[in-house]
Ligand binder design. Sequence first.
Ligand code: AMP
Length: 412
Amino acid sequence: MHFLELQLHNNLLKAISEQGYKEPTLIQEKVIPLVLAGKDVIGSAQTGTGKTAAFALPILQALLESGHVVKRGKKIAALVLSPTRELAVQIDEAFKTYAKHTNITSAVVYGGMSIEPQKDMLNKGVDVLVATPGRLLDLFKQECFDPTFIETLVIDEADMMMDMGFIDDVQKIEKICPEEKQTLFFSATMPQKVVGLSNTILKSPESVDVSPRSSVAKSVDQLLYYVPKAKKMELCLHILRNTVKGNIIIFRRTKFGVEKLEQMLLKNDYKVASIHGDKSQAKRQEALQEFKDGVVNILIGTDVASRGIDIENLDAVINFDLPNIPETYVHRIGRTGRAGEQGKAYSFCSADEKDYVLAIQRLTHNSIPVEEEHPYPLDPNEKPQVHKKKSGSKYRKGRKSEASKKNKKRWY
Ligand code: AMP
């Protein structure tokens, strides 16, 4: 399909072509016509699928068609809710890029920064507002955010909104928006609680599913290292020296863990930046920019701080700590091996994390090959019971055979 078939305004097509986009992605092909037809949409799609343009382009198109800017002046016509500041900034940048040959303006508001400039900016007026829920409600309470003219509400990364405890805020915001509006709801995963939320918000929505979250891209080579918790730092250094090269993201579960690993890698002369929820917005942006610009080649982060951020040319992901939510594993490693490139995902599993591996394998219906040849193996007594894959997709518990022990890498 060509973008021309989507019947977008010439000034949007111009911006699209300047971005070098040749054709719409699958989600754009499916979502753009639905949004233009005024439907509510529930979209299952992860970052990297082009979902931002899938909602931004038809929103801009509708604003151009309705003459909103001319008729109303700068009143907010579209509101996009995003769980994190980084994602919100990214979405705002996308709107600005696609709208650069139009008179439509966008702005972003988020917490962790002075509210005053954001109030001034809203007072001046804007057509599209991207916001994190908490800050938006603060602005509403202070009568600086006027939802009266909102025609489209986008709830992005709904599952993450729920994980971060924003459900009440999202529901409040939905209620203060006009009853007659179009709502677009996107989530990388669709657990029951997210579907429940969507049911309370959407009216006869059309469903679009472009990336079942239980599938791992074929282009990612995964490898699992069983390692004592206390030896993970050494193992990390070992694989950075011997195995992993290029641009790497390392995931840790806690902010403290991120800082500790960063210090250790800095001491060992690695070029590292880090991103977690306790860092100021400016510091997080700085770290991200350093990584994008190649000033550093290793970015360490927690899931909340780094999820959804679009980073290209990633060579490898290291799961220093395994996530306790299996979908998060799929999210994390989905960042590597994009656009036809072969990516690598290395996961460290200590004795207390073995159940996480099982949950991941259950979700993905796939087993992760185990690297046996490394200097920090788990003590045999601590080693998790092996869960071998039978010919079907079920796993059974059992002890390793002598024959299988000879293999360097095994599929469990
Ligand atoms: P998103 O999933 O919205 O975060 O987008 C992921 C990346 O895909 C961004 O860098 C976009 O600029 C890029 N992108 C979006 N649409 C297209 C397209 N039709 N062709 C090529 N790249 C695209």
